[in-house]
Design a protein. Structure first.
Length: 154
């Protein structure tokens, strides 16, 4: 909500209030929310239908972000996706998981677990070998995610 309000040049409260009014008028929830988690919110089916209709009728807002490509969209839409992506990008800058973990101030096992969670979100491996001392080699989807993630960074 904060990011959306900034992009539109309005206060977050005003945006939240307008979306709540629209939701009440439709007698339905327009956004899927997870409390306590800072991540992109997704429109419900009705919310997406309304957004699509508004874009067709009014045209998309000039500051509206483009939908990120896959696999970036999947990662960013996942629980703590932004953090998973940041950890992945930082970790693969080093020769091994052990080196990456040391530089990130993590235990190697914690980094391995974070990478497994990322792979679970994607449904594919991002590294050819997740052993702590194995040289880091990205799979094709891992390479795409890294490239897209670097482009996505502010």
């Amino acid at each position: 909500m904060t990011t959306g309000a900034k992009r539109l040049g309005v206060q977050q409260y005003a945006l939240t209030l307008q979306l709540a009014k629209l939701g009440r008028a439709c007698e339905a929830q327009l956004l899927e929310r997870i409390t306590g988690v800072r991540r992109a919110q997704r429109p419900t089916t009705l919310g997406q239908t309304l957004l699509d209709q508004a874009d067709r009728y009014l045209g998309p807002h000039p500051n509206a972000p483009q939908e990120p490509p896959e696999p970036l969209a999947t990662v960013l839409g996942a629980h703590f996706g932004e953090k998973k992506l940041e950890t992945f990008i930082a970790a693969v800058a080093w020769p091994t998981i052990a080196d990456g973990a040391q530089e990130l101030g993590m235990q190697p096992g914690s980094l391995q677990q974070a990478l497994r969670k990322l792979e679970h979100v994607l449904g594919e491996r991002v590294l050819t070998d997740r052993r702590r001392s194995a040289p880091l080699h990205l799979t094709p989807i891992g390479r795409r995610l890294l490239d897209q993630g670097r482009q996505h960074e502010p």
